[in-house]
Design a protein around this ligand. Structure first.
Ligand code: BG6
Length: 509
């Protein structure tokens, strides 16, 4: 797959948190690997800032994020040469003339990236249209969360759709760009051994955790409006659930994959009324110790209301009403200021019906397939083996499937499927696991929408979460407090314990 050149990438929110922490470092990594053809990157911010200052700020941000082994001045110089900055207030139409002067009239590969609050998307799209900056080749990436409920998501979607066709819209969820998520699809659909077991007959339950050790950081303004449910559950957790639960798509093509994901979302059992209280736990962190330092509670963070009821933690039990998954609970969990930063999917198989061996543990052990997305990406399968020595003692053992790129290179000659894309830098993508945004920015520039969300997928996801959000709005309940640095409120442990199950914490990592 190639990026058509010359390209123009215009980043709204170009000096914002996401651009500086993720988007620009990822563009630098693409540059490092010589994967960007001729083209320009135009960062848009509201304030007038000198070009020199902008470049300095971006370089600092990029090199703060990138491992020193991949910091290369030559690559940076190449990126800096294509960087431009234009001050545009997204809501002021006359500002767009400044942007127009820097863009080529006949560009066949122009990509706008909206990394701003989503209530601005409609106005930005309208102003781009008025300034004649959209043609039939123009694409737009929309950051999540798009809207704050079904009604607002619909409104934003239809406003953007006035100026862009569906095939020009790329709704991003960066979790789909993570290496292990793609490996999960390969593992499921390129091997027959797992797929035959991948159903309610063999699987006891599935748990998906995205835990963060950081707090709300500098994003209180955004987070107060959004909370963990809209920030992480409605998008990242539901997308991971779709990839785990979907039927095999007929082809690895955008609509085939997205059709299957939509079917999963549509089959989610609605959680309504008193079921919400029993199946969805909200928490908020209070003061505690995180990574060796005392940290304030959420309500004491700068920019947070001291009476805030915004949830920083959610755990929930979800069911999928179809033949494959009937009766298999999916436990989802996410939170800030938890014990560690981790993201993993645990597929817990059923126990053997009867054990003929003496086990180390009294209970027969169940097999687990663990997909670790971060840190230290990898896939592990927990099995039982014989303990060496006399007798027939059985003990757990772990098989590791490591996607480490350098190891794969040694084993196969190249981690790249297509030699034309092969980078020439010494420390290149062949020696590291690519960043999620790096992969997705490349795909959007190369017009490959497979890993982006279609409109119906987004709407069904909002539809499903709306009843929960509406119920929370109605009740006076506050989120349950949990100590920063812990694994969340006690109710989250109870959510699984009452089903006789445990979160995969502190062990088996
Ligand atoms: C973002 C959320 O989408 O994902 C952030 O807005 C969160 O609140 C981040 O911290 C987590 O992403 P990652 O890739 O660091 O796990």
């Amino acid at each position: 797959m190639q990026i058509e050149q010359p390209f123009e990438l215009v980043l709204f929110g170009g000096l914002g948190d996401l651009a500086l922490r993720k988007l620009l470092p990822s563009l630098y990594l693409l540059e490092l690997d010589h994967r960007l053809p001729e083209g320009n990157i135009i960062a848009i911010g509201r304030s007038e800032v000198e070009h020199k200052q902008v470049v300095k700020k971006i370089k600092k941000a990029v090199f703060t994020q990138i491992n020193s082994a991949f910091q290369c001045d030559k690559s940076w110089q190449r990126l800096a040469q294509r960087l431009h900055y234009v001050a545009v207030d997204g809501q002021r139409s006359k500002d767009y003339q400044k942007l127009a002067t820097i863009l080529q009239n006949d560009c066949q590969n122009r990509l706008f990236y909206f990394a701003t609050a989503s209530f601005l998307y409609a106005e930005i799209a309208q102003n781009l249209h008025k300034s004649k900056l959209i043609n039939r080749h123009t694409k737009v990436v929309l950051e999540k969360p798009i809207g704050h409920d079904l009604a607002s998501a619909k409104a934003i979607n239809s406003a953007v759709a006035e100026y862009f066709e569906e095939c020009q819209i790329y709704r991003i969820d960066h979790y789909l760009g993570k290496e292990t998520v793609q490996n999960l699809m390969v593992l499921r659909f390129a091997n027959s051994i797992f797929e035959s077991q991948w159903n309610q007959q063999y699987i006891d339950h599935i748990q998906i955790t995205i835990s963060e050790s950081l707090g709300v950081e500098q994003r209180a303004g955004f987070y107060e409006q959004v909370g963990a449910f809209r920030d992480m559950v409605q998008n990242h957790l539901l997308q991971l659930l779709c990839i785990v639960a979907m039927e095999p798509p007929a082809k690895m093509e955008s609509d085939a994959v997205r059709d299957e994901k939509v079917k999963v979302i549509k089959a989610l059992k609605p959680i309504e009324g008193s079921d919400i209280h029993d199946n969805v736990i909200r928490g908020q962190y209070s003061e505690g110790v995180s990574e060796g330092a005392i940290v304030p509670g959420y309500r004491d963070e700068t920019g947070v209301d001291d009476q805030s009821d915004t949830e920083t933690f959610v755990a929930m039990k979800v069911e999928i009403e179809n033949w494959r998954w009937a009766g298999v609970p999916f436990y989802l969990r996410t939170g800030k200021r938890l014990a560690e930063r981790a993201c993993e999917i645990v597929v817990q198989f059923k126990k053997i019906p009867h054990s003929i061996f003496s086990m180390q543990h009294k209970e027969p052990m169940a097999n687990k397939l663990i997909f670790r997305l971060q840190p230290d990406e990898g896939i592990r399968l927990q099995l039982c083996e014989k303990k060496v020595g006399s007798g027939m003692q059985v003990r757990p053992m772990t098989l590791s499937l490591n996607p480490d790129a350098a190891e794969q290179k040694k084993a196969t000659g190249s981690a790249f499927e297509n030699n034309q894309e092969k980078p020439t830098a010494t420390n290149s993508a062949e020696d590291r696991v690519p960043e999620a945004y790096e992969r997705l920015l490349f795909d959007a520039l190369a017009s490959n929408p497979t890993l982006f969300l279609r409109d119906d997928e987004l709407m069904h996801a909002w539809d499903w979460v709306d009843s929960i959000l509406a119920e929370w709005k109605e009740t006076d309940d506050s989120p349950e407090p949990y100590t920063a640095g812990s694994w969340g409120p006690a109710a989250a442990t109870l959510l699984m314990a009452k089903d006789g199950r445990l979160w995969n914490d502190n062990n088996e990592r």
